[in-house]
Design a protein around this ligand. Structure first.
Ligand code: PLP
Length: 433
C-alpha cells in the first residue's frame, strides 16, 4: 500500500478530529534510540517523544526483555479477579515515589481514565459535583474530563456531568496579571481563587485539578510556589487538590520527580500515564488512602495494571532510576533552554521560552508584537521536519512549539536539535517580518 493510499484510508475510516501533524504526515516504520524512520527511509530525531509517551526513546532492551519475560510465562490472563504480582510491585513503587503518606494506587490504561477516576473519587468523597480547574487546561477526552478542559480547541463543555469553574494562574504570558512580580502574580491568582470559590460556586467544591506545567496548553509554567499558595486557600475551604502529572511525572521536569514538587505542596492525589509505559498503555493515580478508598460500590478497570503493562512500566521506572534520567533531563534541559533563549534574543518571532527540564515551550508571535502566530508554528514545524527533526506544537492559539525529547537524550542530539531549531525559527522570522 502506498503512503498516499494509507493517508486516504486513514481519513476515510478515522474520525475527522484525530489530527495529524504535517501537510504530508509520516508513517513511522522503525525506531531506535531517539530516532524514528519513515516509509521512505528518512530518519528524524524525535523531540516530542511520541507525545511524551516514549520517555526512554525506542527499542529499549530492558523494557522489551521485561515484557518478553512476562509473555514467556504464558500469563496474558487479564482480569482484576486474582492477584497480579507485577501490579502489586508497580503500585508499591509508585506509592513510595509519590511522597504521599500511606499512598494507595489505582491503575488504568490512560491519562483520561486516571483523571476520570480522580474526579469520581473526589466528588464521591465530598458529595459534590463541583470542580475547579485552571484556564487553558487539558485533562482528557472522556465525559467529565473533556467537560472541565479549559482550552477551547480541546473542550466540549456542554457534555460535562461536572460543574466546573475556572481560575487564573496556568498561562501567565497572556494573563491580565502578567506584568506583576512572581509574588504579586501568585497573590493575584490566590485572590481570584478565593473570589471564585465564594462567588461562583455553590460553596461545596469537591476538588481542584491542575497540571503543574500545562501540556497541550503550550507548556505554560506557573512560578514555583504557586500551587502551594493555592493549596492554602483550598485547605481553608476543604477542597481536595489533584495534580495531573500525565506530562510532568517521572523526572521529566529535571529538578523534581513530579512537577508539583516545585511548589512545596503534597497533593491529595496525582494522576499519571504517558511516559510510564514508554509506549505501553498504562496510567493511574496515587493518592491519600481516604480518597482512593472513597468508592463504596465495586469499581474496576479491566485492563488497568495488567501483567504485560505492569512489567513494562516497572522496567521503565528501573531504567529512569538506574540511568539517573532525572539528572539528565535537568542538565540537557538547561542547555536547551539557554540555547533557545539566545534564539529568542535574536528573533522577535519568539515571544517567550518557558518550561523546566526536558519540557520546553517556545511561544511564537508576529515578529515584534505579542500577537499569537499559529502560522509561525506551522512554518517551524514543517521546516524542522524537512531538516530531520520532529517537534510538537500546542497552546491556546496553536502558536507554541513544544519540545520534550526522550529523557535518554545525548549532548550531541541536543546540539543538533538546537541548530535545526535556530535555522527553522530564523526562516519563519524572515518570512513573517
Ligand atoms: N492529562 C494531561 C495533562 C494530558 O496531557 C493528557 C493527554 O494529552 C491527558 C490527561 C489524557 O491522557 P490520555 O490521552 O492518555 O487519555
Amino acid at each position: 500500500m502506498s503512503h498516499e493510499e494509507l493517508l486516504a484510508r486513514h481519513r476515510a475510516v478515522l474520525p475527522n478530529w484525530v489530527a495529524l501533524y504535517y501537510d504530508a504526515p509520516i508513517e513511522i516504520v522503525s525506531a531506535s534510540g531517539r530516532r524514528v524512520t519513515d516509509g521512505d527511509g528518512r530518519t528524524y530525531l524525535d523531540f516530542f517523544a511520541g507525545i511524551l509517551t516514549n520517555a526512554l526513546g525506542y527499542d529499549v532492551a530492558e523494557v522489551a526483555d521485561a515484557i518478553r519475560s512476562q509473555l514467556s510465562t504464558g500469563v496474558m490472563h487479564t482480569s482484576t479477579l486474582y492477584l497480579i504480582r507485577k501490579q502489586v510491585e508497580l503500585a508499591e513503587r509508585i506509592a513510595s515515589l509519590s511522597g504521599i503518606p500511606n499512598a494507595k494506587v489505582f491503575l488504568t490504561n490512560s491519562g483520561t481514565e486516571a483523571n476520570e477516576a480522580a474526579l469520581m473519587m473526589a466528588t464521591q468523597l465530598r458529595r459534590s459535583n463541583e470542580v475547579l480547574a485552571l484556564r487553558n487546561s487539558y485533562h482528557g477526552r472522556a465525559f467529565a474530563t473533556v467537560g472541565i478542559t479549559g482550552n477551547r480547541s480541546w473542550s466540549a463543555s456542554s457534555l460535562s456531568p461536572v460543574k466546573v469553574s475556572y481560575v487564573h494562574g496556568g498561562y501567565r504570558y497572556r494573563s491580565p496579571f502578567r506584568s506583576l512580580s512572581d509574588a504579586d502574580y501568585i497573590a493575584a491568582c490566590v485572590d481570584d481563587l478565593r473570589n471564585i470559590i465564594e462567588t461562583t460556586t455553590a460553596g461545596e467544591v469537591a476538588c481542584m485539578i491542575a497540571e503543574p506545567i500545562q501540556g497541550v496548553g503550550g507548556f505554560a509554567t506557573p512560578p514555583d510556589g504557586f500551587f502551594g499558595a493555592m493549596k492554602t486557600v483550598l485547605d481553608e475551604y476543604g477542597v481536595l487538590f489533584i495534580s495531573d502529572e500525565v506530562q510532568t511525572g517521572w523526572g521529566r521536569t529535571g529538578e523534581h520527580y513530579w512537577g508539583i514538587q516545585a511548589h512545596d505542596v503534597v497533593p491529595d492525589a496525582m494522576t499519571f500515564a504517558k511516559g510510564l509505559g514508554n509506549g505501553l498503555a498504562i496510567g493511574g493515580l496515587v493518592g491519600k488512602p481516604e480518597l482512593v478508598d472513597a468508592f463504596t460500590a465495586n469499581s474496576i478497570s479491566t485492563f488497568g495494571g495488567n501483567p504485560i503493562a505492569s512489567s513494562g512500566a516497572l522496567a521503565v521506572l528501573d531504567f529512569i532510576r538506574d540511568h539517573d534520567l532525572q539528572a539528565q533531563a535537568a542538565k540537557l534541559g538547561s542547555v536547551l533552554f539557554d540555547g533557545l533563549r539566545s534564539v529568542a534574543d535574536q528573533y522577535s518571532v519568539v515571544g517567550e521560552v518557558r518550561g523546566k527540564g526536558l519540557m520546553i515551550g517556545v511561544e511564537l508571535v508576529q515578529p515584534g508584537t505579542r500577537e499569537a502566530s499559529a502560522r509561525a508554528a506551522s512554518l517551524v514545524l514543517e521546516a524542522t521536519k524537512q531538516r530531520g527533526l520532529l517537534i510538537g506544537k500546542g497552546g491556546l492559539y496553536g502558536n507554541v512549539l513544544r519540545l520534550a525529547p526522550p529523557m535518554t537524550l545525548t549532548e550531541e542530539e541536543t546540539d543538533e536539535a538546537l541548530g535545526t531549531l535556530r535555522e527553522s525559527i530564523a526562516a519563519a522570522h524572515e518570512e513573517l517580518s
